[in-house]
Design a protein around this ligand. Structure first.
Ligand SMILES: Nc1ncnc2c1ncn2[C@@H]1O[C@H](COP(=O)(O)OP(=O)(O)OP(=O)(O)O)[C@@H](O)[C@H]1O
Length: 480
């Protein structure tokens, strides 16, 4: 496994490629009807019209594995922890290695960035200053993020309480709805044409999913409504708590989460994936960062549908999905569909349990290498149907390993053979010690499930429906 850190240039290049893909996608798309973009909070709120809403789908099974309720009264939440936890390790891994986290090359910024994008201590303009300014550029920062003021009223209804996070497309705030007295999370999309289109696409996908799951039982984040505020598209979501990356930092110290917690979360992930598949929607950005849990941490919801698309629109592109969670068919240019999300869930589940990233490849080529070390070689049949196979394989389908020589700085090419998986899932989990006999058994079944999620051939990969019936979930506690 190559776990040396990426160089800054490599990170910037990876991010640039991925953003170009997003840009191309949204520039090419004709989004759903766009509300007036006048700079006012008084725009009437409307729902996205969606002609192709699917009919109701079957309800989820009522008995679901869950945590015991009593654990959630305890702030120290030992249910999620495994014995022997010590220091958090995720800060380091997620900082440099994931291309999503570099902020140095923002192609969506209105002007080149003089400094680092994330300003941890943004100076708040006073409410008086804001109301006197009356100019758009005082509402936004140089990158088109809305400069939020605490206690500011949005849409004559929501009072801003705190900042929740900042992503590529938006900043997210916690608000109090003065009408219902409920808390919501509002995603304020950056003031930029491409971002706006992406936001509208996200809304139409969310509405499609909600029409298929009116009771909101299938573990996709609930979206309430949208409105425009000073030229920013604002999307109102149910308020949740931490994402699974944060949960790992907090409870998974070095060794990942408890297998019982993995059972509960995994079941909920596959429930969400089943809904996506029934609606013919590919999420395309499943990773621990995009899974949020509630305060009690017993309910998980998949969020950030910003990269999602209809399975019929799946153009071949090698940079879809955050790299560590990217399925092999994407990298190879093999026809892909919903199984890419099952692959990403497999990678995420391993990470949650092991406390380390399964395939931390520094490039698509190195991702393929790590995948083959774990799963063996690709079939010639699959490679023959793959558009980009010869970027990484020679004419005899031997893998060409491409690495940067640390001394010369040049890319070196070397043929590598993978006759037998040298580092399969069982091997990778050998240091994760099960504390009870029961856990030993559950761990073995978990390994089987992971192996099936990580089938190199998407046609052989387990489906969400099959996964929900997997023995891994057999003896887990019913939902309560
Ligand atoms: N409903 C919510 N409840 C609580 N926190 C939320 C909610 N939605 C988003 N967040 C927080 O805000 C962060 C950014 O949200 P999100 O990933 O949807 O934004 P984005 O701009 O699409 O980001 P990305 O760059 O990952 O595409 C999340 O990581 C999460 O921590």
């Amino acid at each position: 496994m190559n776990d040396s850190p990426l160089t800054e240039d490599e990170i910037i290049e990876q991010r640039r490629k991925r953003r170009l893909e997003i840009l191309k996608k949204h520039q090419a798309q004709d989004p759903k009807p766009i509300p007036s973009q006048a700079s006012t909070t008084d725009n009437p709120t409307s729902k996205v019209t969606e002609n192709d809403i699917k009919p109701n789908v079957e309800q989820p099974e009522t008995e679901r594995p869950s945590f015991d309720k009593q654990h959630y009264n305890d702030e120290n939440d030992s249910t999620l922890k495994r014995p022997g936890s010590s220091e958090p390790i995720f800060e380091k891994v997620s900082e440099g290695n994931d291309e999503d986290e570099d902020e140095g090359d923002d192609m969506f910024a209105d002007s080149p960035l003089p400094t680092h994008k994330k300003r941890k201590t943004e100076k708040k303009p006073s409410a008086v200053k804001r109301s006197l300014a009356g100019m758009q550029d005082t509402w936004d920062d140089v990158e088109g993020y809305y400069k939020v003021i605490l206690m500011e009223e949005l849409d004559s209804r929501y009072l801003v309480q705190s900042n929740l996070g900042k992503g590529m497309f938006s900043s997210v705030v916690n608000v109090l709805d003065q009408k219902t007295k409920a808390s919501f999370a509002i995603k304020i999309i950056r003031n930029n044409e491409v971002m706006y289109k992406a936001g509208m696409k996200e809304l139409s996908i969310l509405e499609r999913l909600q029409a298929a799951d009116p009771e909101g039982r299938r573990h996709i984040i609930r979206y309430d409504r949208y409105f425009m505020h000073k030229n920013h598209l604002c999307m109102v979501f149910e308020m949740l708590s931490l994402n699974l990356r944060d949960i790992l930092k907090k409870f998974g110290r070095n060794v990942g989460l408890n297998i019982k917690a993995i059972q509960v979360y995994a079941y909920q992930m596959f429930t969400a994936l089943q809904l996506l598949e029934e609606c013919n929607i590919i999420h395309a950005d499943i990773k621990p960062d995009n899974m949020l849990v509630n305060e009690k941490r017993n309910i998980l919801k998949i969020c950030d549908l910003g990269s999602a698309s209809d399975a019929a629109e799946n153009e071949i592109t090698p940079y879809l999905v955050s790299r560590f969670y990217r399925a092999p068919e994407i990298i190879l240019g093999y026809p892909y569909s919903c199984p890419i999300d099952t692959w990403s869930v497999g990678c995420s589940l391993f990470e949650l349990y092991a406390g380390q990233i399964l395939f931390p490849g520094r490039s698509n080529n190195q991702m393929l290498k790590l995948m083959m070390e774990c799963k063996g070689k690709f079939s010639h049949k699959m490679l023959k149907r793959s558009q980009f196979a010869f970027d990484n394989f020679d004419e005899n389908f031997n893998f060409i390993n491409k690495e940067i020589d640390h001394i010369s700085g040049q890319e070196t090419h070397r043929i590598l053979n993978f006759n037998k998986p040298a580092r399969d899932i069982k091997f990778r989990l050998k240091d994760v010690v099960a504390s009870t006999n029961e856990e030993v058994v559950i761990q073995q079944v978990f390994i089987l499930l992971l192996e099936q999620c990580l089938e190199l051939n998407p046609e052989k990969r387990i489906t969400p429906k099959q996964a929900l019936k997997h023995p891994f979930f057999k003896n887990s506690r019913p939902f309560r």
